[in-house]
Design a binder for this molecule. Structure first.
Ligand code: FMN
Length: 230
């Protein structure tokens, strides 16, 4: 039994399930195009996201053209090379083994950009925090990511790209900020843990380490040290 405005139990569980089992997907895409109506549902989910002052600054560039995708992939390879050069030793070898994009394998690519200068919303909420326009676009991306999980569609976010180069390839004007380059496609399964955790790059932080009460506290750092000693 649920009360008031709450979802019934099954609906609620489905929402939490989408959140808990969403993954960043870079491999295993099926060679099957995403139907237009599905893409429309995903974009509609993104477009329904909260936005500062109801600014709705997000714009969506659907990329399927192979020539454009090859150019983006080449830009990734270059940026990835530069990123790899910042690591040394074991970390570098580990980095080299990671798969960090699915630009050519995924049947659908999507670049999400933000119109930071849009007058929509009349600056409400942006006087003190102009960056909330970008946050609004990130909210849109997360909505899409969760809706995609419910649809059995994997999404991978590729940020290892030089924004000016990406803007050049996709002909994005100077006043529009590229926020995310996403690779989308049906998958047969979603991993049970983040790939970066599975491959030993990083592990997830337990929730209680990131909660403090009333004022900011770094006590969890002390906890972290104790846990490491144990
Ligand atoms: C802003 C942002 C940028 C990201 N950029 C990349 C990327 O360039 N390549 C990649 O493989 N994963 C990227 N990811 C995915 C993260 O690595 C992933 O979300 C994290 O490891 C947790 O895994 P999960 O999403 O499967 O839970 C990005 C995620 C976010 C939120």
């Amino acid at each position: 039994m649920t009360e008031g405005a709450a979802f019934d139990v099954q609906e609620r569980d489905a929402v939490y399930r989408a959140i808990a089992t969403r993954r960043d997907v870079r491999r295993g895409f099926l060679d099957k195009p995403l139907p237009d109506d599905l893409i429309h549902r995903l974009l509609s989910a993104a477009h329904s996201a909260p936005s500062v002052g109801l600014m709705q600054p997000s714009r969506f560039i659907l990329v399927r053209d192979h020539g454009i995708r090859r150019a983006v992939h080449a830009a990734f390879l270059q940026a990835n090379e530069q990123a790899m050069a910042t690591y040394t030793g074991e970390r570098r070898e580990q980095y080299a083994r990671l798969k960090l994009e699915g630009i050519l394998e995924a049947p659908q690519n999507l670049c999400v950009v933000s119109d930071l200068e849009s007058e929509r919303g009349h600056q409400l909420g942006r006087h003190t925090m102009p960056e909330t326009a970008i946050y609004s676009t990130v909210c849109a991306i997360q909505n899409l990511w969760l809706a995609a999980r419910a649809e059995g569609v994997g999404v991978g976010w590729v940020s290892i790209l030089d924004p000016p180069r990406l803007a050049e390839i996709l002909q994005i004007p100077a006043n529009i900020l590229p926020v995310a380059y996403l690779c989308l496609g049906y998958v047969n399964r979603f991993g049970t843990q983040p790939e970066l955790e599975r491959y030993g790059w990083e592990s997830r932080v337990p929730l209680d380490r990131v909660i403090s009460y009333d004022t900011y506290s770094d006590e969890r750092k002390a906890g972290h040290v104790e846990a490491a000693k144990a």
